[in-house]
Design a protein around this ligand. Structure first.
Ligand code: COA
Length: 207
């Protein structure tokens, strides 16, 4: 590397491309995955709203850098959903997220489990032991990051999952949960929300 950095980089890329170790397999699976990989790579240059549009998400959705969406075709997403940096949303078993919901940075939302594949000593690609369950997250819900949502779980509308929680069971509407495994912290009603708004406004007025 030196004066002609651009030429050097092109030369380096060419040497990697031409090396024997740089092999690609021509199969239906590889072609499908390659498209996903290239889409993700190119999307790194996009803004969060552009990235959401690239993945076909509706009005007002935003996806931050390094978030990963598995099987986007099985993802049913509401409007104004915000997906944080590095979150993994696995839609391989079917995933629904309602409108005005946040899945914050570093969250893992799962719809599959490979535990049986490991226990059965068959961890090969596409093995028949992978469990798949649809996961549902309601509208107006906040999933604090980093949290883990298990496959098959339904989280209701206007819920709060506090940061670093592991959600293993369904959560009814209007509920705040936290911890690992996530336990009920409190209910959420209009009075609680009003109190939070008033508290915040008062703090702001003092600054
Ligand atoms: C949701 C929120 C507004 C609630 O505020 P609050 O009404 O003042 O409630 P608290 O924060 O005190 O939490 C309520 C209870 O949950 C507990 N709790 C808070 N965070 C927790 C967590 N991550 N895991 C488990 N329990 C938690 C608190 O200790 C408290 O318990 P207590 O009543 O026994 O004392 C506030 O916790 C919040 O904003 N959290 C998310 C912050 C965040 O992730 N920001 C970055 C992304 S936008």
């Amino acid at each position: 590397m030196g004066k002609n950095l651009k030429d050097d980089v092109i030369e380096l890329l060419k040497s990697i491309w031409d090396s024997e170790e740089f092999t690609v397999v021509d199969s239906e699976r590889t072609r499908r995955l390659r498209k996903e990989l290239l889409t993700r790579l190119l999307s790194q240059m996009m803004t969060d709203d552009e990235r959401a549009r690239l993945y076909g998400l509706p009005t007002g959705c935003r996806i931050r850098e390094n978030a990963k969406l598995l099987s986007p075709e099985q993802f049913k997403c509401g409007e104004y959903v915000w997906i944080g940096e590095g979150a993994i949303l696995d839609a391989t078993g079917g995933l629904e997220v309602g409108s005005h919901t946040t899945v914050a940075s570093g969250c893992f939302v799962w719809t599959h489990s490979s535990v049986l594949s490991n226990l059965m000593m068959d961890n090969s690609s596409g093995n028949s032991y992978i469990l798949r369950r649809k996961t549902v997250i309601g509208s107006g819900t906040f999933i604090g990051g980093p949290s883990v949502i298990y496959p098959g779980v339904t989280i209701g509308d206007r819920c709060v999952v506090l940061p670093m929680s592991v959600v293993t069971r369904d959560i009814p509407d209007n509920t705040m949960v936290g911890g690992s495994p996530a336990r009920n912290i409190r209910g959420i009603d209009d009075v609680y929300i009003r109190q939070m708004i008033d508290f915040e406004r008062e703090l702001q007025s003092k600054n």
